[in-house]
Structure formats: structure tokens, C-alpha cells
Ligand binder design. Sequence first.
Ligand SMILES: *Cc1c(COP(=O)(O)O)cnc(C)c1O
Length: 423
Amino acid sequence: MSHAAPFNYRNAKLNCESAQLDFIAREFGTPCYVYSRAALVAAFAEFDTAFAGRDHLVCYAVKANSNLAILNLFAGLGSGFDIVSSGELHRVLKAGGDPGKVVFSGVGKRPDEMRAALAAAILCFNVESAAELKVLNQVARDMNKIAPVSLRVNPDVDAKTHPYISTGLKENKFGIPFEEAETVYVSAQSLTNIRVTGLDCHIGSQLTELDPFIAACGKMLGLLDRLEARGLRIGHLDLGGGLGISYSRETPPLAREYVAALSGCVGRRKQRILIEPGRAMVGNAGLLLTRVEYLKHTPHRDFAIVDAAMNDLMRPALYDAYHEILPVIAANADNAIPYQVVGPVCETGDFLGHDRNLALSEGDLLAIMSAGAYGMSMSSNYNTRPRAAEVMVDGDQCHLIRERESLEQLTAQERILPARIPG
Ligand SMILES: *Cc1c(COP(=O)(O)O)cnc(C)c1O
């Protein structure tokens, strides 16, 4: 099965691999995330095999979708992981991931998170400031360990993506300014419990062109040469994640084109290449299944009120992101009218799509496409809505990989005050 098309109509019914989505909705309820195992495997393989003979490690960015079944699947394929918290480290270990293939990114790592990662013996800390470097050195010294480190350098390259997901411009909070990187590397080398092992950057997310990646890679290679000239040994070059996917009409490079371009840029240098793809590994392997609750026709607008909302899929509310919306049972398009597809949450920002031409009846099922990345992992319980179920399809088999939350689970951590003692 090609990962470009894990979701297909057969006899006018939308399928995931060989499973009908209307059956999945009946069995597991809605809203429900549905993932294709074959699409996940194919996405990893496309990145991994494109490196051909080159020493490399694909580190899946866990924050895109951190379900244990997905992490376990990638771990089994030999994937490494890019984590941004000790919570994500916990998930990777629980899913059977190899800590020796974990890189730890993020601007605000706490000492307790550093301790957990040092105890697990991760591959590398991607350090984002001189201050963090000092704390890491101290934590490692207290544990009598040596912390392997890359500095995340901000190459000041315009990723030409949404401003909220652009990270490689000098005004962003991420990384160490390019001009300061050499100085920080030199000071890193003098710290007793730090071992410099690599060089890292990550310039943003949902990039649909190769140019910014190549520009960043070129700047990193210039820096790498200068560091080596100063006697530093840089064993790996981590070029981050950020490859975009097609939500509607975008035409991002294929994973193999992206890898070939990076590989060409690095040329004959011997460093191991790391990449940290998130969205491109899972985004088009998943959808969000939802049911139309009510149709509401006003003089100005026609609303389809569905049972999924911004708490389930935040991207439209957060970035004004576009997700294609397909009927699970194909309907006669002659009756289509432009609908505002909205959720039940009390926010005007709670929409999943504007002006979508659909022929709908109450009770119909809709598929919100390309929802595998930054869908479930960004979900919340706003409006005390239990989080959705998640199902992974493998051929005609449907596996529940996360139960729908119960109301009891939602309140289990909360406590009311004790009775006040009078006087
Ligand atoms: C979010 C993130 C990624 C993954 O980005 P995608 O756009 O999902 O590929 C990789 N590396 C770092 C440091 C990140 O913060």
C-alpha cells in the first residue's frame, strides 16, 4: 500500500486500508482518530532508505503524535526519537524505544528532566543556551556522568512558514545565535562533565520548499568547518525536522527528495546525519472521524455542528490551518452547499473548516483529513470533553490504541477543600 493513499473510497465508502470508517465509528464511537499502520511504516521507510549507504539516524519527533503504539511501531523499525520533555522520554522508554537513539531538544529543560535523560543514557542533549549548558554540566557532575551535547544553533534562515511554527529566525526563542555559537562551543569544551558530540539546528515546521533547508545546512557546514579547525570533534550533524505535508494544494518535496538534497549538501563529510521529522512521518497517516450532530441554517451561514471540536484538533483554531473534510459515505454532490463545519465548544474559534461544499444530513460521518500530526498530541479537555479514542488500522484489522477518556478519569486528580473548622 502506498502511503500517499491510505484512505480511499470503495463503493462510495471511505476506507482506511481495508477497513470501512463507518464500521470504525460504530464500533469505537466518535470523535475518533484513525491511523494507517501501512502509511506510518511507509513514511519511516521513505526517510530511512533515502540515506542509502550514509551513516544516519531518523529521530521521529515525538510531539507530533506520542501514542505508545506509534512510538512502538517506529521503534521496531529502528527509529530514533526527538523528545522535548521527560514525559516524552517516559513514553519512548515505555514503548520500547532505544534510549541510545534519543535526542533531547527544547529551550527549557529542567534539572530533573536532565537527570532522567542522563540516567537513561540518551544519545544527545540538544542544548539551546549557554545557561542551560552550565546547569547540565552541574547536573551531570552531581550524577558523576558525562552529558553528550550538541548545541542547537539558530542559523537565521527564513523557513517561509506560519510565524507560530517558524523557529530559525534570529528573533525566535530557539537555539543559540549563529554568531555566538563558536564561543559557546569553546566554553562547552572546557566544562568537566560535558562532551561535545554534534551540531544541531531546526528551522521550523511545515516547510514546503527545499531552499531554506539547504541554506541552513550550508550555514551549519561552514560552522562545522570552523569548529573542526579549532580542534573540536563533531561526530554528527542534526538537521532537525520540519518537512511539510500536503493538506490541500501544497506540493512539498518528497521525503526522499528532501533527504537526497541534505545528503548532497553534506557531500563527502563523514559526520553521521540526524534528522528529526515529525509531521511528515504521521500527518497524512491519520484522520479524525466525527459525526454531524446538527445542521443549522441561518440567513447568513449554514453550519454543520459536529462532535469533534477545537479541543480534539486545535490546528484550525491555533493557526487557521486547513484540513480537507470528506464525507465518509460519498453523497450526491449536486446537493452540496458551503458549510461552516464547527464543534460544540463555546468559542467562535472552534471551527474545523470554513465554506466546505458538502451535501449533509444530521448523523452523517465526516473525515477530517491529514490529522495524524499535532492532532491528538495537542488535544485538551477544554469544556470537560473527554479526549477522543484512537484506532490503528492494519489491513482489515482495527486496533484500539487509546480508549476514549471517561468522565471519572477527567476529575480523578481533583480534590475539594476540607470542611472549614468554625472559629
Ligand atoms: C517540532 C520539532 C521537530 C519536528 O518538526 P516537524 O515539523 O513536525 O517535522 C523537530 N525538531 C525539533 C527541535 C522540534 O521542536
